[in-house]
Design a protein around this ligand. Structure first.
Ligand code: C2E
Ligand code: MG
Ligand code: MG
Length: 555
């Protein structure tokens, strides 16, 4: 009887599915012949290299971090891109399984690429693949149905939602009639290609029939489906060149949501089609939700996005500054810059109302850069006016923290304003650090190398593993308001606050408490050795002019 080891290696060698085993950072340990065949790399040339080289650039930012994350279950991705040795990107389904060591941590990862999911980026090729539309190479209606049902099962387990976007080309018959069927086919192929480029790796784009396409996307909020719909509308907006003619085309999109609109693929498709008809009837080139209240929500969301965009152009953002008091001297030691939006029509709007939307539509990057620069210039201006220097903290969003040019932007803000790096501190939150710890540490170190401080905001509310904390090159911990709020009556929060203060001391970090509103809070913090306190007890966030009155001149 054949022993298990030989049996498994025989299976690996015989299967047409490409299999790759990596360590937790992506370094390739083992691949099978089918993987060599798929990627075009010669046998023996892949082990020891990092698989991120193959999957990195060609997928969305952060996709590799997601693949090699601390997830506990197998994850299935419908259209992942990988790089062929000749430089082409190819698209296929991929499943990723973490392999646990005896401590329960993911020590290795097994990725499998199914041979029948493979397509080159030339969308289609000549080979008819089961479940795929021969013209465009996209999954067909049956395969889409399968994938939707599969995703519904996953979504049920994880309590998540799925959006099905049903999309029809507007005026397609006119183009077909005017330019002929061959041109129509060409257009459909190119539309399919553009669709393939805008969807995420966890989405499926399919051709239903004729001029109808669909995209299935797992979502965590309704807004996610709006983002996909807008990307699709945008992708087809640009001119197509078909047989020497310039062709313009638009989509009408109907969106149905699992579980609100339907429990299975057929229901979702039916609802999506009827919403699509509504979009067509009102002139096309737009998306409609099946559920009418969603349309109102989507309109508000879109309206807000437009207003945020305009606010940036019209200079409607201002920074407020909240003092951080040094309890030993009772003087302002630093400040946190907190953004406010002064909307000419709606008055002052707090960050809670627009930062999440700005974060989703990517505007946060421009807003964040503006904050950073504004805070640096203001801090330097106060120094130049002769006040004792203070350290300015600026909140950095997840998007900003991930962006490759964060360090360049910080450096430029410092250079342009003339502010010394030691007077600037960035505030990040724990959740930004958990996904890919190594990459986060490298990014943090780059910020520290500039000479800036680095603080973990809202500490205690995230999922920090204390074992990581000592590896983070940070300077400050900010205790979340939740642990200060009821220290006088809740023994547990009191102990947590004390523990965080003790922890900071042990790790040689500065500790800042936020949200001190009452004298009792301040006294508790002082008694327990917290050096710096921020909160309404001392001051609310103030406009620059009012904050200036709190600054003092060195004797
Ligand atoms: P955060 O960074 O944790 O900021 C502290 C928040 O607590 C501020 O709310 C501040 O006004 C509030 N606060 C301070 N002391 C007290 C207190 O004693 N009692 C109470 N009840 N609240 C207090 P704000 O200004 O509304 O900001 C909310 C969040 O919005 C911030 O939380 C931060 O995550 C985000 N944010 C603000 N400005 C920016 C920005 O420029 N960029 C980014 N990315 N996020 C920002
Ligand atoms: Mg903060
Ligand atoms: Mg905070």
């Amino acid at each position: 009887m054949v022993e298990p080891g030989r049996f498994f290696s025989a299976v690996l060698n015989a299967t047409g599915d490409a299999v790759i085993l990596t360590d937790r950072s992506g370094v390739i340990r083992q691949v099978n012949p089918a993987f060599h065949k798929l990627t075009g790399f010669a046998p023996g040339t892949l082990v020891g290299r990092n698989a991120r080289e193959l999957f990195g650039e060609v997928n969305d930012d952060g996709f590799c971090d997601e693949l090699w994350s601390d997830a506990t279950e197998t994850r299935h991705y419908q259209s992942v891109r990988s790089k062929h040795s000749d430089g082409r990107a190819q698209v296929h389904a991929l499943s990723m399984t973490p392999i646990r060591d005896e401590n329960g941590g993911a020590s290795d990862f097994l990725a499998v690429i199914l041979s029948d999911s493979f397509q080159t980026d030339a969308a289609g090729g000549d080979v008819r693949r089961v479940g795929h539309d021969p013209l465009t190479g996209l999954p067909d209606r049956n395969l889409l149905a399968d994938r939707v049902e599969q995703n519904i099962l996953n979504a049920k387990r994880a309590n998540k939602s799925i959006a099905l976007l049903v999309m029809g080309l507007d005026r397609f018959t006119v183009i077909n009639d005017a330019l002929g069927y061959a041109a129509g086919d060409q257009l459909l192929k190119e539309v399919a290609e553009r669709l393939g480029k805008v969807i995420r790796s966890s989405d499926t784009a399919a051709r239903l029939d004729g001029d109808k396409f669909a995209v299935m996307t797992p979502i965590s909020a309704i807004d996610d489906s709006v983002i996909v719909a807008e990307k699709v509308l945008h992708a087809v907006k640009k001119v197509f060149h078909i047989k020497g003619e310039e062709v313009f085309i638009t989509f009408s999109i109907g969106i149905s949501i699992f579980p609100t609109d339907g429990e299975d693929f057929n229901d979702l498709l039916k609802d999506g089609l009827s919403a699509m008809q509504f979009a067509k009837a009102s002139g096309g080139a737009e998306y409609r939700f099946f559920a009418s209240e969603m349309n109102a929500k989507a309109r508000n969301r879109l309206d807000l996005e437009k207003r945020i965009r305009a606010a940036l152009v019209n200079d409607e953002f201002v920074l407020f500054y909240q003092p951080k008091m040094d309890v030993a001297t009772n003087k302002v030691k630093g400040a946190e810059a907190l953004i406010r939006w002064i909307d000419p029509k709606h008055g002052m709007i707090g960050p809670g109302e627009f930062i999440p939307v700005a974060e989703e539509c990517g505007l946060i990057v421009d807003i964040g850069t503006w904050c950073l620069r504004q805070a640096c210039f203001q801090t330097k201006a106060w120094q130049d006016a002769g006040y004792a220097p203070i350290r300015m903290s600026v909140n950095v969003s997840a998007h900003q923290f991930k962006a490759k040019d964060l360090v360049d932007k910080v450096k430029k803000a410092l250079d342009d304003s003339g502010l010394e790096a030691k007077w600037l501190e960035l505030e990040i939150t724990e959740s930004m650090l958990m996904n890919d710890v190594e990459a986060a540490i490298a990014r943090m170190q780059a910020v520290r190398d500039l000479g800036c401080g680095l603080s973990i905001d809202d500490f205690g509310t995230g999922y920090s593993s204390l074992s990581y904390l000592s590896r983070f090159p940070i300077t400050t911990l900010k205790i979340d308001r939740a642990f200060i709020k009821d220290v006088q009556e809740n023994q547990n929060t009191k102990e947590i606050a004390r523990a965080i203060i003790g922890l900071s001391r042990g790790l040689n970090l500065e500790v800042v408490a936020e949200g001190a509103e009452l004298l009792e809070h301040v006294e508790f913090l002082k008694d327990n050795g917290c050096d710096i306190i921020q909160g309404f007890f001392f001051s609310k966030p103030l406009p620059a002019k009012d904050f200036e009155a709190k600054l003092y001149r060195p004797q």
